[in-house]
Design a protein around this ligand. Structure first.
Ligand code: HEC
Ligand code: HEC
Length: 373
C-alpha cells in the first residue's frame, strides 16, 4: 500500500532531452501557449480546449474535438512528466515531442510549423528571445510560406520541400522550442492528495481508528479486492497507479473508427520520430535515451496494447478507455470481470468472478483516488 501512496512519488526526474524543462521563464511562456487559441488553423483551438484544467485536464468526450474529430479519447496530463511514453500508443518519448504532435495534426490544431513560428515572432518575441536566443525573421512569405511542414498534406509538403535546408532547420528549431516551453509548463501539473493517501498515512502511522474514520467499510473492502483477488496492481501500480507500460486488455474496437493497433504502430512511430530522444533536436546524450534504445520494438504483445492510464481522479473523468468505450465504472468492472477476447492480439486479462457487491466496493475505492478539493 505504501508504494501506491502519493508521498512515495519520487522527486521529478530531470528531462535531459529538454534543457529548458525546469526554467521558470519557460514554464510561464508554456502556460500562455497552452491556452492560446491563435495557435490553430481556425483560431479556436488551444491545448486547453481538450485538456481543461477544471476537468483534470480532460474533456469528458469519447473522441476529442479540435478543428475536426480525433480517433481517440483525450488523456489527462497530471504526472505525465514521470511517463517515458506519451499518447495511448506511446508514439512520443517526451512531453516536448508530444506537444508538437497536436499542433500539426489536421484534426487537432490543424496548423503547420511556419505558421506557428510566425505567431511567436508576432506575439511572443521578447519572451522567446530571453529564453532561446534571437529569433530569425520569419516574416518573408516567399522564404517561409504558410502552410509548410513535412506532413501528410500535399500543399504543406510541397511548400516545405521548396524551402532551403537552412530555412527549414531554423523553422523546426523554433518550433521545437515551442514544444519545450509547453513541456516545462506541463511538468508543473501534478496529481494532488486524495482520501486514499490520507488513509495510507493513517495506516502507516498505525492509527487504526483514524483510518476507519477516513474509509468506509466498503472502501476498505474495495481496496483489498483491488490489491488481492482482482489484482489490479499488476498494471495499476506505483503512486500514479500506472506501470507506464502497454497492455492488451481486450477493450472492444469502435465501429466506424479506423483499425487501431495501439503500441504495435506506436513503437515503430517513436523509433522513426524526427523529435525523439536520439534526434538532433533533443538535448540528451545517447546514453540518456535508455528507454528508446532498449524498448520492445515488435512482438505479439504490442498488438492493440494501450498505455495503462493513471487511476488518480479516474472517477471524475468518464468516459473511459482509449476511445471512450465505457461510460461508467461499472461497465469497466464488468469488462474486467468477463475478460472478453481481444478484437486483435491477445488480452492479458483473466476472468475475475466478482459479484455486483464486490464491483461496487472496488468502485467505492476508486472514488477515493480523487483529489481532495
Ligand atoms: C482536439 C483535442 C486535443 C487538443 C487540442 C490537444 N490534445 Fe492532447 N490529447 C488529446 C488526445 C485525443 C490524446 C490521446 C491521443 C492519442 O493517443 O493518439 C491526447 C494526449 C495528450 C498527452 C499524452 C498524455 C499521456 O499520458 O500520454 C499530452 C501530454 C497532451 N495530450 C498534451 C497536449 C498539449 C500540450 C496540447 C497542445 C499543444 C494538446 N495536448 C492538444 C486531445 C487533444
Ligand atoms: C493487464 C493490465 C491491467 C490490469 C490487470 C488492470 N488494468 Fe485497468 N487498464 C489497463 C489498461 C491498458 C487500460 C487502458 C485500456 C484501453 O484504453 O484500451 C486500463 C484502463 C482502466 C480504467 C479506465 C481509466 C481511463 O482513464 O480510461 C480503469 C477505471 C481501470 N483500468 C481500472 C482497473 C481495475 C479496477 C482493475 C482491477 C479489476 C484493473 N484496471 C486491472 C491495464 C490493466
Amino acid at each position: 500500500m505504501r508504494t501506491l501512496w502519493i508521498e512515495s512519488l519520487p522527486a521529478l526526474p530531470p528531462d535531459p532531452s529538454n534543457q529548458y524543462a525546469d526554467d521558470p521563464r519557460a514554464v510561464a511562456l508554456g502556460a500562455k501557449l497552452f491556452s492560446d487559441i491563435r495557435f490553430s488553423s481556425n483560431g479556436e483551438v488551444s491545448c486547453a480546449n481538450c485538456h481543461i484544467a477544471s476537468k483534470d485536464f480532460q474533456d469528458g468526450l469519447q473522441l476529442a474535438q479540435g478543428v475536426g474529430t480525433t480517433d481517440r479519447r483525450t488523456m489527462p496530463i497530471a504526472g505525465t512528466a514521470y511517463s517515458p511514453w506519451l499518447f495511448w500508443d506511446g508514439r512520443k518519448d517526451s512531453q516536448w515531442a508530444q506537444a508538437l504532435g497536436p499542433l500539426e495534426n489536421p484534426v487537432e490544431h490543424g496548423g503547420t510549423r511556419t505558421f506557428y513560428v510566425k505567431l511567436i515572432l508576432a506575439h511572443y518575441k521578447t519572451e522567446y528571445e530571453a529564453l532561446f536566443g534571437t529569433l530569425p525573421d520569419f516574416s518573408d512569405e516567399t522564404r517561409f510560406p504558410v502552410p509548410a511542414a513535412p506532413i501528410d498534406d500535399e500543399v504543406a509538403a510541397a511548400n516545405w520541400s521548396g524551402m532551403s535546408q537552412e530555412d527549414r532547420e531554423a523553422v523546426t528549431l523554433a518550433y521545437v522550442n515551442i514544444g519545450k516551453a509547453i513541456a516545462a509548463f506541463e511538468r508543473t501539473i501534478m496529481p494532488r492528495t486524495s482520501l486514499f493517501d490520507l488513509y495510507v498515512e493513517a495506516v502507516l502511522a498505525n492509527d487504526i481508528s483514524a483510518a476507519r474514520d477516513i474509509f468506509t467499510a466498503d472502501e476498505e473492502a474495495g481496496l483489498k479486492l483491488f490489491l488481492n483477488e482482482a489484482n489490479c496492481t499488476r498494471c495499476h501500480n506505483g503512486p500514479l497507479l500506472t506501470d507506464n507500460d502497454f497492455h492488451n486488455t481486450g477493450v472492444p474496437a469502435v465501429a466506424d473508427l479506423p483499425e487501431d493497433t495501439g503500441r504495435a504502430r506506436g513503437a515503430q512511430q517513436v523509433l522513426a520520430d524526427e523529435f525523439n530522444c536520439l534526434s538532433k533536436y533533443s538535448d540528451a546524450a545517447p546514453e540518456d535515451c535508455k528507454e528508446l534504445r532498449f524498448m520492445l520494438v515488435e512482438g505479439e504483445e504490442l498488438e492493440r496494447a494501450f498505455k495503462t492510464p493513471s487511476l488518480r481522479d479516474v472517477a471524475n473523468r468518464a468516459p473511459f478507455m482509449h476511445a471512450g468505450q465505457f461510460w461508467t465504472l461499472d461497465e469497466v468492472l464488468m469488462h474486467y470481470n468477463h475478460a472478453p477476447a481481444a478484437p486483435d492480439g491477445h488480452s492479458e486479462l483473466e476472468m475475475l468472478h466478482i459479484n455486483k457487491e464486490q464491483r461496487d466496493m472496488i468502485i467505492a475505492f476508486l472514488k477515493t483516488l480523487s483529489s481532495i478539493p
